[in-house]
Structures are given as structure tokens and as C-alpha cells.
Design a protein around this ligand. Structure first.
Ligand code: ISL
Length: 562
């Protein structure tokens, strides 16, 4: 397996609106991030992924860009960005920026010009169609945020395509001029010295056809119709060849609809497209038949299998791809509330997820706040919500007569707002995020869960993250070693070996609130086991036959002497 810095990296995602406010307007900004770089550095991570800071009307919190080469004044200036980049580099870290290239904002100059007339030189930068036979939208496609994926432009009488909100028109990648413009954007930032890109919903850029979707399930519409279009690999390879290959940078593509079957086509080394993608196979397993706001308990056996299957498909048996490993980001609820236990075992289970994240094969991504075990939020009223996707759900649920208590129960479980509340720095007012009322409410538990108190406590979640980051950097087996899952059928235990020529490491994780016994399937002499780290003071070694007993939510990393 080829060794590179981005395989050895650990990424930390910053959502700038919610990280740190420096000018008391209640909104995070670039200077705020600069002020917090020592915290980021203290985690030991070496790459920062920064969600968009570009000019934007903020219909979707910056994922609707109106100028790809300028900074939103809410976040600061280009001089602030340059200082941030310098501050990151001088601390030995790297920066990935987030490029939203499937669509722009409808307030981007390209769209304003395209919309001005059917003959506009930029008309073809977007996707326009005449009304369908009944005078309505050209086909039955639905948008990610609800309603038709088509919006009528009254003045020219045509519809434009928007997979997301109507303020996010899809760019027409078939037009070589569009691709050239986007290559220029990439070159602009690379010339500034950024170290790579996260490409938003990059799997959607090549459109397949414009006929009706035959699928009733939106997930199927995504994977079988919107994603993996006929020219996707040509477009990605072209960007690699013309731009990315000239720099030593890293790329990760967000990949809704990418599956085990086609994942390697994006990330195989020989393909020269992307270094890794984010797939969503584990992120949708707790969605019921009605989608994410119809939550269903997740199937733990399936959860484990997703990680095993993707590891095999990308990296086993000579496959030359690479994976990203993540449990949460700005689009999903908080990992300890979602996958673990944010009550009695909040401390142990946050650490167990951390141990899992940092011992799998693939580049780990930590989302801001995970390092202190931030949790989902008790929303008191639907008026507290801000996220466009959540607001769409609320509107639909209200129209269907769902009572507010049920709506809030669902938004507590799944709303993207849970991940976007301000970072909890201290027990000061507004959690030390700002001195003014923040744009989104602070989670009420900030006095108990914050960076300041955990920093001082050697046994805190924060210090566990720091320790795990150091451990990952100490054992190359955790980066490049094989990944062998054992006890695959155990309903509560996730256990695996990571092994290279030098070390054999054993990870055992109890995903339950009860003590669990499981079989290692191979006897290991107790004197061959050395405990590297655990979330409990004491751990029990396996019995002679290979049986192991774990405390509730216990997580241990063992070294097995060879
Ligand atoms: O958020 C989701 C599920 O709740 C996803 O379906 C999400 O919309 C999808 O993964 C795409 O996300 C990305 O593009 C969106 C933006 O709203 C997200 O914040 C971004 O991560 C449109 O640009």
C-alpha cells in the first residue's frame, strides 16, 4: 500500500458560524478561529477542514456561494483568511477548504446573468428546461430540501434545476466553460497555499437524463438517478489532471449515492480522481421508511458490517483506494446522542466512539465539539430552529397536523441544528462563544460540558481524544495495518485486530449499557496482552479459552505481543 501524508492525517472539521465569535455579533468568524488555533493544535490533529466561508446569502449557511473567491463579511476579510492560513501552517497543520461546485447561489453573478435572458452568454452555465406538457415542472424530480427540484423563472418562462433549495441552482458541468471557471477557483485557492479540498456533493455533478424518476424512495433516486452520472469520472479526472496534480494536496469528495460497488471508481489510486470520499451507508441506517424524521432504532450488526464492507472494498486484497472514517459532521446529529449514550454513560461512550474513530483503517474526521462530547439539544419551540432542512420538515409536519411535542422529539433526534449549536468553550455566558446572543441557541448543558473544565481534568473526554490522537500517530499499524473484524455476529461488541509487520493491536468496544461477554475466537495468553488505553481504570484480560468480559461501554486498545 502506498504511504502518503493524507493517509496518516487526522482531520478536524470546523463549522465557522459556530466555532468562535470575535466581534460580538453572535456569529462565529475567521478571527475567532485564529484565536482558537491553540486548542485545535492541542488535539494533535494535523488537518483542518473548514466549512464554507465564502460570500453567500446564507440560504443554506454558506453552502450557497455567491462568490467563490471572496470571503463573507460576516466571517471577515481575505486578510483574515490569509492570517488564518498562516497561523495553521506555522503550527504545522494543513487546511482543506470546502468547495460547493454542484450548485452556486442564485445570487452568484453567473446566475444573475444567466437568468437575464434566454440568449445570455451564461445561460448555459445552469440547467434550463421548458415547462412539462401540463405547463408545470419538466419532470417529477424532488429536491433534497423538499418540493420540486425545478423552479420557474417567470421572466424567461423556463425552469431551472436545483437539487437543493431554489436558491441553489445546479451548475451545468456539461459546459466546458463552467468547468474552466471552477478550475480557476481551485487554482486561485491553491496558489494561496491551501492544502486541499472537500468537494460538496460531488457525486451529483454529472446529470444522467431528464426523464421522470421511477423511484418512490428518495434514497434510490439519489443513488440510481442523481449520483454517479455518465461523465462524473471524466470531470473528476479532468480536474485532477489540469489542477490538483500540480500540487501535493488532498481531496475528499462528499458522495451521497456512492455505493460499495462503485466507490473504488472514485478513489482507486490509478483513477487519479479523488483521494477519498464520504459515503453515507452508516449515516442513513437509523432512518425509517419516511426518511430521517421517521427515526428507527439502528441495527448494530449492519453498522459494523458497513465499516467492514467498505474497508474491504476500498483497501483489502490489493484494492488501491482509501477511506474516510466519520461518525458525524455539520449535517447530522451529535454522535454521542445518536450512536451511544448521552445520559448515564456519556463519558464512557463518548470515549468508546473516539477509540473506534481513531483505530479504524481510513483517515479519521473529528467534527468540532465531539472532542468534549457535545450532545443533541432540548429544543423548546420550533421557532428556535434555523436549518433550512429542519424548517422544511417542520412545515410539512405542521401541515400534516403533527403536534409540536412530537416534532421537537424528532428534531432533537435528527435535526442538523443539533450539530450547529455554538462550541462550548467555558461556563461563561453563551459558553464563551460570544458575548452577544448567538445566531443559534447554546446547548443548555454548557456549564457541564465545556473545553475549559475538561482541559483541566486529565480523565476528561478531551484529554482522551488527545491521548488517542497521539496513539494513532505512534502505531503505523493503526494507519496501514490490516483490519480484521471478529465476533461479527455479536449484537453488542465491536472487536477487531489491526496488524502490520511490527504490531498486532486488538480493539474491543462494548456498544451497550450492560456488561458483555464475547469470544475472541482464538486463545491469547494473558501475559501476551498489554493494555495501551481504555476508558475504564481496570479492564479484564481474556480467560484461558479466549472469553472476554467488558464493562458497560468499555473500550480498550490492547497490544498483543507477537
Ligand atoms: O444533510 C443531509 C441529511 O440530513 C444530507 O442529505 C445532505 O444534504 C447531503 O449530504 C449534502 O450535504 C452537503 O450539501 C448540502 C448542504 O446543505 C450540506 O450542509 C452539505 O454538507 C447542499 O450544499
Amino acid at each position: 500500500m502506498q504511504k502518503t501524508w493524507w493517509k496518516e492525517s487526522i482531520v478536524y472539521q470546523i463549522y465557522p458560524r459556530s466555532y468562535q465569535d470575535s466581534n460580538d455579533d453572535g456569529m462565529g468568524d475567521i478571527r475567532g478561529i485564529i484565536d482558537r488555533l491553540d486548542h485545535v493544535k492541542s488535539l494533535g490533529i494535523n488537518v483542518i477542514w473548514l466549512s464554507p466561508v465564502f460570500k453567500s446569502p446564507n440560504d443554506d449557511n454558506g453552502y450557497d456561494v455567491s462568490d467563490y473567491c471572496d470571503i463573507h463579511p460576516d466571517f471577515g476579510t481575505m486578510a483574515d483568511f490569509d492570517e488564518l492560513l498562516e497561523g495553521i501552517h506555522s503550527r504545522g497543520m494543513k487546511l482543506l477548504i470546502d468547495l460547493v461546485f454542484n450548485h452556486s447561489s442564485d445570487e452568484h453573478a453567473w446566475f444573475e446573468e444567466a437568468k437575464s435572458s434566454k440568449d445570455s452568454e451564461k445561460r448555459n452555465y445552469y440547467i434550463w428546461k421548458d415547462p412539462g406538457p401540463d405547463g408545470g415542472p419538466p419532470n417529477n424530480w424532488q429536491s433534497f430540501f423538499g418540493g420540486s427540484a425545478w423552479e420557474l423563472d417567470e421572466s424567461t418562462g423556463q425552469y431551472y434545476l436545483h437539487y437543493f433549495s431554489k436558491k441553489q441552482p445546479d451548475l451545468n458541468w456539461e459546459n466546458p466553460k463552467v468547468r474552466e471557471e471552477l478550475h480557476h477557483v481551485m487554482s486561485f485557492w491553491l496558489a494561496k497555499g491551501v492544502d486541499g479540498f472537500r468537494f460538496d456533493v460531488i457525486s451529483l455533478i454529472s446529470k444522467r437524463h431528464f426523464e421522470d424518476s421511477p423511484y418512490t424512495d428518495f434514497g434510490e433516486t439519489i443513488s440510481l438517478l442523481y449520483a454517479n452520472g455518465p461523465r462524473i469520472h471524466e470531470f473528476l479526472h479532468e480536474a485532477y489532471e489540469k489542477v490538483v496534480s500540480k500540487y501535493d494536496v488532498m481531496t475528499v469528495g462528499e458522495g451521497p449515492g456512492i455505493t460499495l460497488v462503485n466507490g473504488l471508481d472514485y478513489v482507486g489510486l490509478q483513477r487519479q480522481e479523488l483521494n477519498m470520499i464520504f459515503h453515507f451507508d452508516h449515516m442513513f441506517i437509523d432512518h425509517g421508511p419516511g426518511g430521517k424524521y421517521n427515526p428507527a432504532p439502528y441495527d448494530f450488526l449492519r453498522f459494523k458490517k458497513v465499516f467492514l464492507d467498505w474497508d474491504q472494498a476500498m483497501m483489502a486484497d490489493g484494492n488501491d483506494g482509501w477511506s474516510s472514517i466519520f461518525l458525524g459532521n455539520h449535517d447530522f446529529s451529535r454522535i454521542v446522542s445518536r450512536w451511544a449514550n448521552d445520559g448515564k454513560f456519556w463519558d464512557e461512550s463518548s470515549k468508546a466512539l473516539c477509540l473506534m474513530l481513531l483505530t479504524m483503517r481510513g483517515t479519521p474526521y473529528i467534527y468540532q465539539g465531539e472532542e468534549i462530547g457535545m450532545t443533541n439539544v432540548e429544543w423548546k419551540s420550533v421557532d428556535e430552529h434555523q436549518d433550512i432542512e429542519t424548517l422544511d420538515y417542520i412545515r410539512k409536519a405542521q401541515a400534516a397536523g403533527v403536534d409540536e411535542r412530537t416534532i421537537l422529539k424528532n428534531t432533537k433526534w435528527q435535526s442538523r441544528d443539533n450539530a450547529r449549536t455554538p462550541m462550548q468553550w467555558s461556563n461563561e455566558s453563551f459558553a464563551g462563544f460570544s458575548t452577544s446572543k448567538p445566531w443559534l441557541k447554546v446547548n443548555e448543558n454548557y456549564a457541564d460540558i465545556n473545553v475549559q473544565s475538561q482541559d483541566l481534568n486529565p480523565r476528561s473526554i478531551l484529554n482522551f481524544y488527545r491521548k488517542m490522537v497521539t496513539i494513532r500517530q505512534t502505531y503505523p499499524a493503526l494507519v496501514y495495518g490490516d483490519f480484521q473484524v471478529i465476533a461479527l455476529e455479536h449484537p453488542h461488541i465491536f472487536a477487531y485486530f489491526r496488524e502490520d509487520e511490527d504490531y498486532r493491536l486488538l480493539v474491543v468496544l462494548n456498544f451497550s449499557e450492560e456488561e458483555q461477554v464475547f469470544d475472541l475466537e482464538q486463545p491469547i495468553e494473558p501475559d501476551k496482552l498489554i493494555r495501551i488505553v481504555s476508558n475504564y481504570r481496570t479492564s479484564r484480560e481474556p480467560e484461558a479459552g479466549g472469553q472476554m468480559t467488558l464493562h458497560p461501554w468499555e473500550a480498550v486498545l490492547w497490544k498483543v505481543k507477537k
